[in-house]
Design a protein around this ligand. Structure first.
Ligand code: ADP
Length: 493
């Protein structure tokens, strides 16, 4: 890395494959790697969960940090991710070395001390971006991801002397990190920060709001979501604040890992295919049907795939309500996911009711997720809101046109089919305007009609497969933002 490279600390609670619960884990792995290719000196800061230590061979101690009152002693370790990106691990065994996930215990309950756990992550990031840092490497920009890192923006606001510029990226506004107001004092923030124009949010102290109030720039993971969250319907109570801050708010569309999600080389697939040999895709459909004990129906019966968290946000209830009508089209329905118990149970019951037509797998299964992307004919995403979404991009690359609610990143990444958009070579899927069962069914019927016009369907598949969803476009936009903020902030700490 040359000495003039801009220095960025990328602060995140997840980074795949060391720690991942959703899209943020993928972003934290891929985006820093793409930024490095552009010559940015980016380093990732991540809590030292057990999964992190299991995956890294050797981490050297960089510094010790003693923060908060009563004092909390942590170590800062350094190693490298598989991509070559330097990784700083915030090691505090009592807080982070626990069995379970980053935010929850093995039974799915939030860790009770999440305020302290992620307050510490945020505070450590802010220290590294200020003159009190024990390290010679001083970031010019601190890039905070979601509420677990967002409090760093408040600490930097109240720090004295030169300090790094900071950005908060909102991957999902619904997760806000709201805690008891007593945390303001225990996390060492001044009482004045707990105000309507500060951390206070409906009588709680909000980590995410701290980021939205104090960051120099706010980004979300798609342009449409950046726009939507300024409305009452999608703003999760933060819309007025976001409207006030719209001059620093922008949306940068996520990319995908184009090497891991490539039907020509995907190691999870029994049969590989390219856009000029799409007939081989049918072999993956048969492999999927065999694995899930679905019939090899005639060719004009489409197989609809879903890979999703089974939650209200993702429209799991709409799938439950629409499933039997979808099966009666006729179509086959394959669902992989986990989430809210009521949706899991309802879907299992539907599969028992329509064996051979509806297959439901509850759980997290990377291999099956890849096989569904390849083996399905169409991919369903009835999300009520979707900050960016990854599966619709995977499915386009796999020649599996998505059928999705026109919201957030789904709007930004899918071009709705019409004879005009197909003729122009743009159409890649089907969008519907309302998150309702009726609109979902109408869109699927529209898709099935095109599916039967074989040549048009093939063009639709090939359009999607030709789209470039790689990370480099996003990395360029983040790099420009870093340069702008660093130039405005002047001399680094
Ligand atoms: P979110 O982060 O809101 O859950 P995204 O679409 O941004 O949604 O990312 C979800 C990621 O997790 C995708 O890579 C998706 O394929 C994967 N995923 C979700 N559920 C499962 C599952 N049950 N098994 C395997 N992969 C899953």
């Amino acid at each position: 890395m040359n000495g003039d490279a801009i220095r960025v600390l990328f602060v995140t609670p997840e980074c795949a494959p060391l720690a991942k619960t959703g899209g943020l884990g993928d972003v934290s792995a891929a985006l820093p790697a793409a930024l490095r290719q552009l010559g940015i000196d980016v380093r990732v800061l991540l809590p030292g969960y057990p999964g992190v230590f299991a995956a890294v061979n050797h981490a050297r101690e960089l510094a010790r940090l003693t923060l908060f009152e009563p004092p909390l002693a942590s170590r800062l370790l350094e190693t490298r991710l598989a991509t070559g990106v330097p990784l700083m691990i915030l090691d505090n065994p009592p807080l982070y070395r626990r069995d379970g996930g980053p935010y929850q215990n093995a039974s799915g309950e939030d860790w009770r001390d999440n305020g302290l756990r992620f307050g510490l992550l945020s505070k450590a990031a802010a220290v590294l971006g200020s003159t009190s840092s024990p390290l010679p490497w001083r970031p010019q920009v601190i890039h905070c991801h979601d509420w677990p890192a967002a409090l760093a923006c408040a600490y930097l606001h109240y720090a004295s002397g030169p300090r790094a510029a900071n950005i908060v990226t909102v991957h999902n506004l619904a997760f806000q990190g709201n805690f008891d107001p007593g945390m303001v004092a225990s996390l060492g923030l001044p009482p004045a920060s707990y105000a309507a124009d500060g951390l206070e949010f409906h009588g709680r102290m909000s980590f995410l709001k701290a980021g939205l109030v104090y960051a120099d720039a706010i980004t979300t993971v798609s342009p449409t979501y950046a726009h939507e969250i300024q409305s009452e319907a999608c703003g999760a109570g933060m819309h007025r604040l976001l409207q006030r801050r719209r001059s620093v708010l922008s949306g940068i569309l996520n990319g995908i890992d184009a090497a891991a999600w490539n039907p020509a080389t995907d190691p999870y697939l029994p049969h590989h295919y390219r856009s000029d040999a799409l007939e081989r895709k049918r072999l993956d459909k048969q492999a999927l049907q065999d694995r899930l004990q679905l019939a090899h129906d005639p060719d004009d019966v489409p197989l609809l795939g879903v890979v999703s968290r089974l939650t209200h946000q993702k429209g799991a209830d709409l799938l439950v309500q629409a499933a039997l009508e979808l099966a009666a089209l006729p179509a086959q329905l394959v669902i992989l996911g986990s989430g809210q118990r009521e949706h899991e149970d309802a879907l299992r019951a539907l599969a028992a009711h329509a064996p051979g037509r509806i297959a439901v797998t509850v759980g997290f299964d990377e291999a099956l997720a890849h096989l569904i992307e390849a083996g399905a004919d169409m991919f369903l995403m009835p999300s009520r809101f979707e900050p960016c979404g990854l599966n619709q991009m995977y499915s386009q690359r796999y020649g599996t046109p998505p059928i999705a609610h026109a919201t957030g990143g789904l709007t930004d990444t899918i071009v709705d089919y019409s004879p005009g958009t197909l003729a122009a070579g743009n159409a890649t899927g089907f969008l519907f305007d309302q998150p309702t069962v009726a609109a979902l069914l109408a869109a699927v019927r529209r898709a099935v009609a095109v599916y039967r016009e074989r040549d048009n369907w093939r063009m639709l598949q090939q359009n999607g497969m030709a789209r470039d969803f790689s990370w480099i476009a996003a990395a360029r936009q983040y790099a420009e933002l870093y340069l702008r903020l660093a130039a405005r902030r002047g001399s680094p700490p």
